[in-house]
Design a protein around this ligand. Structure first.
Ligand SMILES: C[S@@+](CC[C@H](N)C(=O)[O-])C[C@H]1O[C@@H](n2cnc3c(N)ncnc32)[C@H](O)[C@@H]1O
Length: 241
């Protein structure tokens, strides 16, 4: 497995970047994915398969879309904890939680995904959507996720990939590396955040490599499946019982 090199100030840069784009984050997600992003999150939560009476952890929860999706399955009959290190992203998430009246179901906490402030075996399932790629040490984040899961707990990861069809792949490369950064910059008014997105995907392990990283972090029965022609991939792994 290749090592992922990060500059020492990488976490601070990422935190600053998400803090700056937070007000436009949801809008740009919907626009740049033509509305597919919420479908991908629903598929990820389907795979997590939340059950009544259980506790779930959403790592790098951002504006809490995944946490809200989990909560929508059995409102007031399960609990969701969302953790993220960006205050502005969490504030927007909290606003959405209030608007949907899910305060009894979802709690948000500021914290680092590579050093989770939770006891071992605290959650029945853990999930991270578009988060892992932004960690300075993704393996450490996965190991932490494994630690806080109960035996037989399920981990679900949703991350960008690259379409496996070569024709589609070229068209998508043009969109992802050329059009998307310009549209993202125009609406977010942030110089580099939407250049960082395709660059970070290009450098990050996908499919078999990311599945291997999950196995190296302790997960078993790791599987992966592409969604929307392989633009994104869903991963799952189980903590041994
Ligand atoms: C692309 S957003 C994904 C947000 C959300 N999961 C979603 O589906 O939209 C990535 C999030 O990861 C958070 N993040 C990045 N590194 C982190 C870390 N080390 N600890 C906690 N959160 C982190 C960022 O603040 C940001 O909110």
């Amino acid at each position: 497995m290749q090592t992922i090199e990060r500059a020492p100030d990488f976490p601070r840069q990422i935190q600053k970047m998400f803090g700056a784009v937070a007000p436009k984050y949801d809008f740009l997600n919907r626009l740049l994915s033509a509305g597919r992003d919420q479908h991908w999150r629903q598929a990820a939560v389907n795979l997590l398969s939340p059950q009544r009476g259980e506790r779930y952890l959403d790592i790098a929860t951002g504006t809490a879309d995944i946490a809200l999706e989990i909560a929508s399955r059995y409102p007031s009959e399960l609990k969701v904890m969302g953790i993220d290190f960006s205050g502005p992203m969490l504030e927007l998430g909290q606003k959405k939680i209030r608007e949907k009246n899910r305060q009894q179901t979802i709690s948000l906490q500021k914290g680092c995904g590579e050093s989770l402030p939770f006891a071992d075996a605290s959650f029945h399932g853990g999930i991270s959507a578009f988060g892992l790629r932004n960690f300075s040490d993704p393996k450490r984040a996965l190991t932490e996720m494994h630690r806080v899961l109960k035996p037989n707990g399920r981990a679900v990861i949703l991350e960008f990939s690259h379409p496996s069809n070569p024709v589609l792949g070229w068209g998508y490369l043009f969109y992802f590396h050329f059009l998307l950064p310009q549209v993202g910059k125009y609406f977010s008014q942030h110089e580099s955040a939407y250049n960082y997105l395709p660059q970070s995907v290009a450098k990050f392990p996908m499919r078999k490599e990311l599945a291997l990283l999950m196995e190296e972090s302790g997960f078993q029965r790791v599987t992966h499946q592409d969604l929307t022609y392989g633009i994104v991939t869903l991963y799952q792994g189980i903590k041994n019982g």
